[in-house]
Design a protein. Sequence first.
Lengths: 277, 311
Amino acid sequence: MSTLTARPASTSEDSDFLTVEPVTAARVLRSEWIKMRSLRSTALTLLVGVVSMVALGWIFGWANNANWSELSPHEQASFSPIDATLAGYHLAQLAIGVLGVLLVTGEYATGMVRATFGAVPRRSPVLWAKAALYTGVTFTLMLGAAFAAFFGGQQLLSTHGTTLSADGAVRAIVGVAAYLALIGVFSVALGFIIRSTAGSVATLFGLLLVLPTLGLLLPSSWQDKLLPYLPSNAGATMFSARTAADALSGTTSLLVLLGWIVPALAGAALVLTKRDA
Amino acid sequence: MIEAKNLTKQYGDKTAVDDLTFTVRPGTITGFLGPNGAGKSTTMRMILGLDAPTRGTVTVGGKPYRRHARPLQVVGALLEARAVHTSRSAYNHLLALAATHGIAKSRVAEVIEMVGLQDVARKRAGGFSLGMGQRLGIASALLADPETLILDEPVNGLDPEGVRWIRDLLKGLAADGHTVFVSSHLMSEMALTAEHVIVVGRGRLMADMPMSELIAQASSNAVVVRSPQAAALADAFVGADISVSRLEHDTLEVTGLTSAQIGDQARDLNISLHGLAAKKASLEEAFMDMTRDEVEYHAHTPTGHQIRSAS
């Protein structure tokens, strides 16, 4: 590089005005925002999440309306136009979970984490900034996506659809966005605890997809005691418009979900400061 | 100013850094030397708080690194392993680091230009060559104009012009009152750059002294003597610390005596000298001398005898 010149004196000779401020939570948040938006994988993965949410909601609306006459009377009676148009969350949660993990494990895999902790050697502000930022970003995007899925889906359901004023509709839309944001934070915490991308993603998918299915092989008395407390099931009852009689209440479900997330965050904060980076 | 006191790091029952106590002072370049696996990188990571010491303490500017409100202004570091997300551009990497300390965008542009990366600053750092990666690491280290610089193998992968640039940069920073702590396995480069050296072997401190002193005490400092009566002269040099080897029929290499002592002795014995030259050890020889028994990973060159006995 021919433009290279040696600077014999201070490296800031051109900038007598170089100001260096103390590290604060707000500055770490700003730094994490720059990091998040400067990776192409962020936009791509979030786009997958939004598209899953919206497109599946519309597809379920359209498909159920088009085939309404083929549904059994029982299926027709138990059909929830709210739940059907928000069902895209099943796929969206995977995209959000993977990105949440990658925001952390991507730094460990590339060595970026050494630069991050070099600038913020107390480390825990990095965890809180990533968690807060990702919660905000996913909640905002998923709230928009859930509304789009709902309105479009109801249009496509035509006479079988419902409106925003229906009982539980707003709670379901806000609830599904909150659930997805909480899965996002949970995956950030998992990333800090496990540090490897493969391990974190496998753990997350195991918890969200495999355990609920495996649990169905348990005797039904056990199922009732255990399954509602899995994060995906607690999430579903938290926002579902149509709740089974024996299910947990909405508030209890939220508390159960927080019962997974708060210890995960606390564990992440603990190992983050204890372990060598 | 970096102060390490009884700094120790153990991984299981393996001791990577063993009771290191040293001070790196401002205004001079301190070289950090040691064979592979001697604990140099671990020591540097402990200075930055990336690894926690098993025992002992290390402070920068009087406090542990993590206690500083503006860490990047205290230490700028280039570690041996890359510390950049491969999918992010150099510009955004520096911008994110700058944001933690409220450093202006104009300074980011300035350090990019300073290291000569302006043409590739918007490209993915993952596509950078080794030398470009080093330049980006140096740009990160200089971002907040830190009081102390810690550089692990900074000239790795740089072209000769880059090596010279680093040397001039470090000398300028030291002359300006900065603390510069730099490791390198390139002894010739270290000899040109560092004024003070800290040598470690298997995690232990082996030397902490001015460069000139380290070289002066090397056993490979020798005097080459040419004389028609070489054999007679060789017989005259006896003593515990003196060794004589015969290079040619009229040439001796003597260690443990100065040129002056040899010249005087030859005159006393009435032996004529045709040549008398001091052979100064290089830093490499001084270093090899000191760390011969402390090398973690020996490469054995099989000799004919060994090959025969193995079969």
